[in-house]
Design a binder for this molecule. Structure first.
Ligand code: MSP
Length: 502
């Protein structure tokens, strides 16, 4: 038990929320919920990235001011997260005053440390990435991520002396094993640092849509310097020292693999320069591809998560994105895969177990739940599933955690099929089988709450448990034997009616 501060990337407001944003945010939400159940004090931050050339250009194209443009898109993100049942504690927009104050304080601190200096630069820039490249990074003259031509820019700017931090960063990573999950990602970071780090420009003179440098207001801050700072400005850096001290350092920055360089190299170096501790952890996800490709407006394969939840329900969608891809690897979204998992894991396994238990308790136990036996064979399964589920959430592997939880669901369904209580006469034998099944279901409900919060609460209620499943604590409340006899059990409508591919 302790504090757990976690963040999502802040999303650019040049696009509406899509499946990739939803994926990253749902993984973060599940982690936040899991840690609340572990008894941690959780602060879960998300938000929007609203400055920079990319947003300026999008606003120009829409014939509006960048602020009006951002004001029209930012709510689409907060509304999408509400519909996806995202339990964020804060939502920061980089156009907020608290953010401006903190960014300027951070810039000043790095400047005072001598790590920001005026210099001349000429280089290659991709506006879509808002990042510089060197010739070797390019693929046929194009940005390796967006496959679009880069621009040649020449400017006098302020530079952050990233090159000075090579050794400090290498030392930091070698003395903090396990800070990056999945672990293989750290090799990429270390390899990149070892190639030699280049200073990066932290200001733009040609752009006005940004935060002015406190030591030279004729420049605005580079959008990535501005954006990364959200992780400290939201918790009070520059505006509320006490809150900042309470929450920093962050426990997990949940990010996609495309923004590792910014988060694992630029950001800790910026913090070191300002005399602030680096993050404690990063969880790096792969891309959720559609038809094997990254979603983009140009390919026309952008998937709107809100359309999917109209069809499959919020929890059906959350379960799919959490379970279908091993976190850290790329996943491929398919509609058939979504329906397939829904039918097999939710309708046939979890939904079926809840329905069966309630039906048999209704018919054979007078509608009142019975107590589990302390030495039930299911208790052994439950202990194993609990330990494995906990271990997998700990290393940010939602798909494996859910696999472990679903193992207990399958074992419980198998236990019922072996004993066939629906064929037996009411009596102690049926009561015992049903008590064990109810107890396994109670434990499953606690374990799956982080992934499918509304469903978990509904099962909790149907098996007669009082209050909120979210208030249960792990591991205390998932010990075998917590289901008391005598609670009213309700059948209700099917939780997950079977779907066919439309
Ligand atoms: N604004 C920056 C992040 C600044 S954080 C200080 C940005 N924004 S973004 O809107 O383009 O994307 C944010 C992140 O969403 C990506 O970096 C990635 O982590 C995630 N994803 C976007 N598309 C994705 C997929 N198709 N699949 C998985 N994650 C994806 O970058």
């Amino acid at each position: 038990m302790g504090k757990y501060y976690l963040t999502t990337p802040i999303y650019y407001v040049n696009a509406k929320p899509h499946l990739g944003h939803a994926y990253t945010t749902i993984v973060s939400d599940a982690l936040a919920r899991w840690h609340r159940m572990l008894g941690d004090d959780v602060y879960f931050l998300t938000g929007t990235d609203e400055h920079g050339l990319k947003i300026q250009q999008a606003a120009d194209a829409a014939g509006t001011s960048p602020k009006e443009f951002a004001d029209s898109i930012a709510p689409l993100f907060s509304q999408a997260w509400e519909r996806l049942n995202i339990s964020n504690d804060d939502f920061i927009r980089t156009t907020e005053e608290r953010h401006r104050v903190g960014v300027q304080k951070l810039l000043q601190a790095c400047y005072d440390a001598g790590d920001i200096e005026l210099d001349k630069y000429s280089g290659l820039y991709c506006v879509a990435c808002e990042a510089y490249y060197v010739e070797d990074d390019l693929e046929a003259g194009n940005c390796p991520i967006h496959k679009k031509p880069v621009e040649h820019v020449e400017e006098e700017n302020y530079f952050f002396r990233l090159s000075r931090f090579e050794q400090r960063l290498l030392d930091w990573y070698s003395s903090h094993p396990g800070a990056v999950v999945p672990e293989h990602r750290v090799n990429e970071v270390v390899g990149f640092i070892k190639q030699g780090l280049q200073d990066f420009s932290v200001s733009r003179r040609t752009l006005t849509w940004g935060i002015p440098l406190p030591f030279d207001p004729s420049h605005v801050a580079y959008v990535w310097f501005d954006a990364l700072a959200n992780y400290i400005t939201a918790i009070g850096y520059g505006t509320d020292d006490e809150k900042f001290r309470e929450w920093w350092p962050v426990n997990h920055h949940v990010i996609g693999k495309d923004i590792v360089r910014f988060h694992n190299i630029y950001w800790p170096a910026m913090l070191m320069s300002a005399g602030i501790e680096p993050p404690s952890g990063w969880a790096v996800g792969g891309w959720l591809l559609v038809g094997g490709e990254k979603m983009s407006k140009t390919t026309g394969n952008v998937v709107n998560p809100l359309a999917l939840i109209d069809e499959i329900g919020v929890d059906g969608f959350r379960y799919y994105v959490l379970s279908d891809t091993v976190y850290g690897s790329d996943g491929d979204f398919t509609y058939e895969g979504l329906i397939g998992r829904y039918n097999s894991d939710l309708a046939n396994n979890l939904g079926n177990l809840a329905a069966r238990v309630a039906t048999v308790v209704g018919k054979k136990c007078g509608g009142l739940g019975t107590a589990p036996a302390p030495d039930s064979p299911l208790a052994v399964h439950a202990r194993g599933a609990v330990a494995e589920t906990i271990a997998q959430w700990e290393v940010v592997q939602p798909s494996r955690a859910l696999e472990a939880t679903w193992g207990l669901i399958r074992a419980t369904n198998a236990h019922l099929e072996t004993n066939e209580p629906w064929k037996a006469e009411p009596g102690p034998a049926v009561d015992a089988v049903m008590g064990d099944a109810l107890e396994a279901l109670r434990i499953v409900t606690i374990l799956c709450h982080a992934a499918v919060p509304s469903t978990a609460q509904e099962i909790w209620r149907r098996i007669g448990m009082p209050g909120n499943v979210a208030d249960m604590r792990i591991p205390k409340d998932v010990a075998w034997g917590g289901y008391p006899a005598g609670l009213p059990v309700e059948k209700g409508d099917p939780l997950f009616p079977r779907r066919t591919v439309a």
